[in-house]
Design a protein. Structure first.
Length: 270
């Protein structure tokens, strides 16, 4: 992936950009489930608990930090992949289990809710140990790179997040929140979620909103994969622009996002 350097820092804003600020490696999994006949596909969401330091109460896709153990496991499972990419795929799968109970991309097994795995992870058992005990491995090829966001706002925690898409190949109707990071876990189409955010029933941060707008264009997981494959993926780092109409938070064009500029006052501040 190539990265376009962000513009110089902008002064006097909560969204002041620091080009040198390192991002914490993170990963997010966008799971496409089945929709009603002829309808747009459902996506898996979690609503973060109010106690979370980052984006409390916001609706997001399952995900979280990439641990060193994730990178080690990724290297073993898929040595042909870039180590950071492989580790992020492992983290996306692990975090989805922890937050929703859903185990996706387990080799030679259908996707299913595994409460026993979630309990083991919550109890501190390493993911590699859980898999070994079950005689299971992960099929990291089931995850397709979709986007990479690395906002570098000086006064906020910076996460360098890789987004992946995967299609549900099993049963996901029994997902449930962990109650610690996720207050709820549920399935709904991207367009429906955008409407719920617009009328105030849910809240979302800037990267989630922009990805939802992009995802709402697709009628299937295959559409998302095809669109991602057709683009030379760059790391997206938002910046601030000022003109006679006000301040705007912007992202680069040409990455498949329908909305690339939003009034700064309308952006949730983490």
């Amino acid at each position: 992936m190539s990265s376009t350097p962000p513009p110089p820092p902008e002064a006097g804003s909560l969204f002041e950009v620091d080009p040198q600020k390192p991002g914490i490696a993170a990963a997010t999994l966008i799971v496409f489930g089945a929709g009603d006949s002829g309808a747009d596909p459902n996506l898996l969401f979690v609503e973060r608990t109010a106690a979370m330091r980052f984006a409390p109460g916001a609706v997001v896709f399952p995900g979280g930090r990439v641990d060193a153990a994730d990178v080690l496991l990724g290297r073993r499972l898929s040595p042909q992949l870039d180590a950071d990419d492989a580790g992020a795929r492992v983290a996306a799968i692990r975090e989805t289990i922890e937050e929703t109970g859903l185990a996706v991309a387990v080799a030679s097994a259908r996707d299913a809710v595994r409460e026993d795995w979630r309990e083991a992870l919550a109890g501190g058992e390493p993911f590699a140990s859980v898999l070994a005990r079950e005689g299971a491995d992960l099929d990291l090829s089931r995850l397709t790179p979709f986007a990479r966001w690395d906002p570098r706002f000086r006064e906020k925690r910076a996460f360098d997040t890789r987004f992946y898409v995967a299609s549900l190949e099993g049963a996901g109707d029994m997902v449930s929140p962990d109650g610690t990071e996720a207050a709820s876990a549920f399935w709904t189409p991207a367009a429906t979620m955008l409407s719920a955010i617009s009328d105030g029933r849910h809240d979302a941060i800037f990267p989630t909103l922009r990805n939802l707008e992009r995802l709402a264009q697709y009628r299937s997981h295959e559409d998302a994969v095809a669109d991602a494959a057709a683009r030379a993926m760059t790391t997206i780092t938002p910046w601030i622009e000022r003109d006679d109409q006000g301040e705007w938070l912007c992202i680069a064009r040409g990455q498949g996002y329908p909305v690339t500029r939003v009034a700064l006052g309308a952006v949730r501040r983490g």
